[in-house]
Design a protein around this ligand. Structure first.
Ligand code: FES
Length: 106
């Protein structure tokens, strides 16, 4: 298990234990983190699992894959360090990861 934190726009923090090998989105849903709707269930088809990474974590994890970029680009709150959390696989290398939720999901 890896400790990751989701931060709402009002600053509310949700520190959760994420199962390694599963997606960051699954960790959010399993821990009832508000703001991760995940309407498509992790198939990279909805962009309702949008999160914004701090620059240092974005540099470590990397940018979106091509399909993910197609979904992210029309998202109103798209930031330079945006990712879809269903496309991020949790590993122990993500211990201490903090991600920020947009005000709205698409
Ligand atoms: S859950 Fe639908 S794109 Fe991530």
């Amino acid at each position: 298990m890896t400790t990751v934190t989701f931060v709402e726009t009002d600053g509310t923090r949700h520190e959760v234990q994420a199962r390694n090998g599963r997606s960051l989105m699954q960790a959010a849903v399993q821990n009832a983190v508000p703001g991760i709707d995940a309407d498509c269930g992790g198939k990279c088809l909805c962009a309702t699992c949008h999160v914004i990474l701090p620059e240092e974590w974005y540099a470590r994890i990397g940018g979106p894959n091509p399909d993910e970029k197609v979904m992210l680009d029309p998202t109103p709150e798209r930031a330079p360090t945006s990712r879809l959390s269903c496309q991020i696989v949790v590993t122990e290398a993500l211990e201490g990861l903090v991600v920020y939720l947009p005000a709205y999901q698409m």
